[in-house]
Design a binder for this molecule. Structure first.
Ligand SMILES: [Zn+2]
Ligand SMILES: [Zn+2]
Length: 187
């Protein structure tokens, strides 16, 4: 039973305004599961329309993921308009008429639960690719250095200029980019 379940009786003719700050732990029992996200904001209104319930509004939040190239923590905003329709009628028939609207069931106790639709939007909106900057240079495939921060010498020394120990330490550092971020001035 979620905190974002609204009984139909609580929605009157004027609709029910919703402005909620939703911790990700409420949306999904396993926070570690993808996509990782910071606090989600939901803003909009529930309306009863001919026995169905419409939610129209806006969902926003921030995805937090390592950069796909250099592993530095990277953020990207989600901010989209959504329309969800909650209905007792079977959603299987005549799909495709309004592909932008998503259909959900009204719960057995005559309520609508916003958690599943919110989670769906987050999962569908997740960026395929996240980079710390469009021209991120990534990690050196040989020594593991973050090439945004340093220039390694791997190009010149094709047979390897690093000792095994040095290479191992650099790969370790690449796995823990926050150690390096601490030395980098914040914006
Ligand atoms: Zn990067
Ligand atoms: Zn290198």
């Amino acid at each position: 039973m979620s905190d974002f379940r609204y009984p139909l009786v609580s929605i009157d003719d004027a609709g029910l305004e919703i402005a909620a700050k939703i911790p990700v732990s409420v949306l999904h029992p396993e926070v570690s599961i993808r996509p990782p996200m910071r606090e989600v904001l939901l803003d909009g209104r529930l309306d009863k329309v001919n026995g169905d319930v419409f939610f129209r509004g806006r969902i926003s939040g921030t995805y937090v993921r390592p950069c796909d190239r250099c592993l530095t923590e990277t953020c990207e905003r989600l901010d989209i308009q959504v329309t969800w329709i909650f209905s007792n009628t079977c959603p299987e028939q005549d799909t495709g008429e309004e592909p932008d609207d998503r259909l959900y069931p009204i719960e057995g106790d005559d309520s609508v639960d916003l958690v599943q639709p919110i989670w769906d939007e987050i999962a569908l909106g997740e960026p395929r690719r996240m980079l710390c900057s469009p021209d991120c240079r990534g990690l050196c495939p040989r020594c593991g250095e973050n090439l945004n921060l340093v220039n390694c010498n791997c190009d010149q020394k094709t047979n390897g200029g690093h000792s095994d120990l040095e290479t191992g330490l650099k790969q370790l550092a690449a796995l823990y980019p926050e150690l390096k971020n601490r030395m980098k001035p914040e914006e």
